[in-house]
Design a binder for this molecule. Structure first.
Ligand SMILES: *Cc1c(COP(=O)(O)O)cnc(C)c1O
Length: 391
């Protein structure tokens, strides 16, 4: 969806459906079903469901539709479909368009559950998977085949924050008539419009920056109208991954502030990353907004900011990482991210514990690596908290 307004205006007004009561704040339509004036009207709606007509909340709901339209305006996508979680979004985006005998290419640095679907589930259904190093365009080129149907990547990897050239990968993927799905959670819809760079489908865990306050699970898939209203809607409405209207309302209201929140968090992240760079206890500070980041030139071209997550590598390994986490006073220990509250995570023993040591090594996840999700606290307090815990 597009209109002539700028993003921040659409984040406040976009998609609003006002009832006959003229409420200022968007209503929660906490209803599973809808009633019809006549039997003929019910029949007609099942024959053809028009714009803003509803049948059952698994298919659609007015509060969910407000959220979908607002995020579609932010992303610059023709259409969106909201799901119960980020993983419901990833699952449906893949399964709705794959069948036995298809081939898919994926970057190997993936969120754990995305990896599980692509590495374990898809092959069980006769889908062949090739993994590539996402930042190596030659590997993408070499992996493409005439029967390649899809490519999947996370635009910024977790937790090592590698940035993939979406425009270049999209060109390679389109050269064999395949479609590119981008999981853009870490970069956020505020800092990158992946469809303008060539992605065919964009998925988000709305649980992260979209809620941004740690309350609800949710997800959303964005794409062109033919895809969203065609195979995606058919798959999701019949398999039951719909977003709850209550959660949709929380996400809808959160979109009003997502631009302000993400920019404040990204500004703080840059301040903190600069304060930590060259710290004697750290072997590495990874932040896409630092000139030392391996894909800094690409970041400047592709993203509006470096994001809200920093990864630091403590020289003394797991012991030092645990001591650091236990000494933090403001930052909380959790595996979540993109909250208003700053969060520190030790990936090797939590989010990436299930991987073998060899897999972790190949992904650059050392025992000293700590992921810092920067929240909305004052950056000076966060810098002091981190330096104090390190020293
Ligand atoms: C969190 C996350 C998901 C899954 O989202 P849920 O809402 O937890 O289901 C998928 N991809 C990435 C990159 C994530 O960070």
């Amino acid at each position: 969806m597009t209109n002539s307004y700028k993003s921040r205006t659409n984040l406040v007004h976009g998609g609003t459906r006002r009832s006959q009561y003229g409420e200022l704040s968007e209503a929660i339509f906490l209803t599973q079903g809808f009633v019809y004036d006549t039997a003929e009207a019910a029949e007609a709606r099942f024959v053809e469901t028009g714009e803003d007509e509803y049948i059952y909340a698994r298919y659609g709901n007015p509060t969910v539709a407000m959220f979908e339209d607002r995020i579609a305006l932010l992303e610059g996508a023709e259409a969106a479909f909201a799901t119960a979680s980020g993983m419901a979004a990833v699952n449906a985006a893949l399964f709705c368009q794959l069948k036995a005998g298809d081939h898919i290419v994926s970057s190997k640095a993936l969120f754990g559950s995305c990896l599980y679907i692509i590495e374990n589930l898809l092959p069980q259904f006769g889908i062949e998977v090739s993994f590539v190093e996402g930042t190596d365009l030659d590997q993408w080129r070499a992996a493409m085949r005439p029967d390649t149907k899809l490519a999947f990547l996370e635009s910024m990897s977790n937790p090592t924050l590698e940035v993939i050239d979406i425009k270049a990968v999209a060109e390679i993927v389109h050269s064999v008539d395949a479609q590119l799905i981008v999981d853009n959670v870490f970069v956020t819809p505020v800092f990158q419009r992946s469809m303008e760079l060539g992605a065919d489908v964009v998925v988000y865990s709305a649980t992260k920056h979209i809620d941004g306050q740690g309350r609800c699970l949710g997800g959303v898939v964005l794409g062109n109208k033919d895809f969203i209203r065609g195979p995606f809607e058919a798959y999701t409405k019949h398999t039951g991954g719909a977003l709850s209207p209550f959660n949709a309302w929380v996400m809808l209201k959160s979109l009003e502030t997502i631009d302000l929140r993400c920019r404040a968090q990204a500004d703080s992240a840059l301040i903190i990353a600069k304060a930590l760079e060259n710290h004697p206890k750290l072997s590495n500070v990874i932040f896409p907004g630092l000139a030392s980041h391996p894909q800094y030139a690409l970041v400047q071209k592709q993203m509006q900011a470096g994001g809200t997550v920093i990864s630091i590598d403590l020289l003394q390994g797991k012991q030092a990482a645990f001591e650091f986490l236990n000494r933090l006073q403001i930052m909380l220990i959790s595996n979540n991210l993109a909250d208003a509250k700053s969060i520190a995570t030790h990936p090797a023993t939590t989010t990436h514990q299930r991987l073998t040591p060899e897999q972790r090594e190949s992904l650059g996840i050392s025992d000293g690596l700590v992921r810092l999700s920067i929240g909305l606290e004052d950056p000076d307090d966060l810098v002091a908290d981190i330096l104090n815990a390190l020293n």
